[in-house]
Design a binder for this molecule. Sequence first.
Ligand code: 5AD
Ligand code: SF4
Length: 485
Amino acid sequence: MSIQENPIELSKIYEEAPITEPQRQYYFMELLKKIVKQRSEALGRPLCFCCVTFGCQMNARDSEKLSGILEAIGYERTESEDADFVIYNTCTVRENANLKVYGRLGTLKKIKEKRPGMLIALCGCMMQEPQVVEKLRTSYRHVDIIFGTHNIYKLAELIMNRLESGSMIIDIWKDTDKIVEDLPEHRKYPFKSGINIMFGCNNFCSYCIVPYVRGRERSRRPADILEEIRRDVADGVVEVMLLGQNVNSYGKTLETPVSFAQLLTEIEKIDGLERIRFMTSHPKDLSDELIQVMGSSKKICPHLHLPLQSGSSRILKKMNRKYTKEDYLTLVEKIRKACPDISLTTDIIVGFPGETEEDFKETLDVVEKVRYDSAYTFIYSKRNGTPAASMEDQVPEDVIKDRFDRLLAKVQEIASQVCARHEGQVMDVLVEQLNHQDKSLVTGRLGNNTVVHFPGDASMIGKLVPVLLKECKGFYYIGESYEKR
Ligand code: 5AD
Ligand code: SF4
């Protein structure tokens, strides 16, 4: 859609745009609504958008906000990238995430050639890397809007800028202390929601690009978080996932500091909320106070994702993780004492620079001692600008591959044993959807996050149902609703 087709006088608009947020964005949304409506009437069909999310749950949550804005403007959601507005919310934690985006942009170019007026936007972590933006600016001219992680709330304004200028809009902020509340959102599930409690990361683990692309740590005010959860619960939500790069250091930067454990205690009091989850926890900041709150809570799920990264104290030091193998194992012991039935999951990186066979065996040793319910295993990926990228003795690819395969085999062997420990028990399952393969089954999750399939129907979706866990099939259960018996 070009601005020539737009009857609104844009210079006038800018004079009138409010300065304060979120009012400013609502103002742009109102204007875009008129433009989208007019365009849609001219075409005789609704305009549609496709939002593709790469990476972690933070990005998934950001995409709900982007989708909310696009829906408020009048676009209809579609899963196909053959759409009037396509937005990629990108990840850059590992190199292959970037490569995927470049590949898909090639395909989008062909779609755009056949679709006059199509707009393409890119945002998220990958856009915070200057060399990426430079490459896009010079070699991917079919991209219309590029923005980063700090200003996703500005989507409406950026679309307006693009329509007005007729050329590529690039708006990347290095960092921000701004948190804009109360914009529209499109929640993927009516019964569970992701809640950002903090943004950014101050840890600078030596392999990780996140602190560079997501900026410094800042926490949302407890009152804003509690209000959002209450609103979601009134709207049918029974489970929340509190999101942050390092939730254990929540609240430290607030004017009146509040601990994560105190925040959890307040959230627990919300009537109608059944389950509380959170991620990610950094072992160095996991306090005794938090362990105690987890141990006595009725709503915090018996699941903790506690990234190990490496089992070797020597490598952990080079990773700047600020704990040793022994610290980690002691912490696990304390958690298991307070919450005996808890499921532990983790992230492990294989092939960090300088990792020897001995170091790797230390990792295997922790895996054997902790007995994780599952572990995300990653091959070390060199990220430009991080301290580890310039470390010498990068591990050869074939050695990494061999270690990766051995680690995966160990993780899977243990996980299938650990997962089966509830066989024969009756436990509550939050039903999420009809089973994709067999529509006579529904699929849901236990409090500890294990997937369960059992006979049921769509009326169960969003409900907590007691289920007899009949058979563990490695990583999931086949069950039977216990209410029917
Ligand atoms: N290479 C491989 N894995 C990485 N992670 C973060 N940075 C890198 C990297 N450079 C992994 C860590 C983190 C998870 C989200 O991604 O294990 O916990
Ligand atoms: Fe990256 Fe470490 Fe921050 Fe996690 S805690 S986002 S691994 S720097």
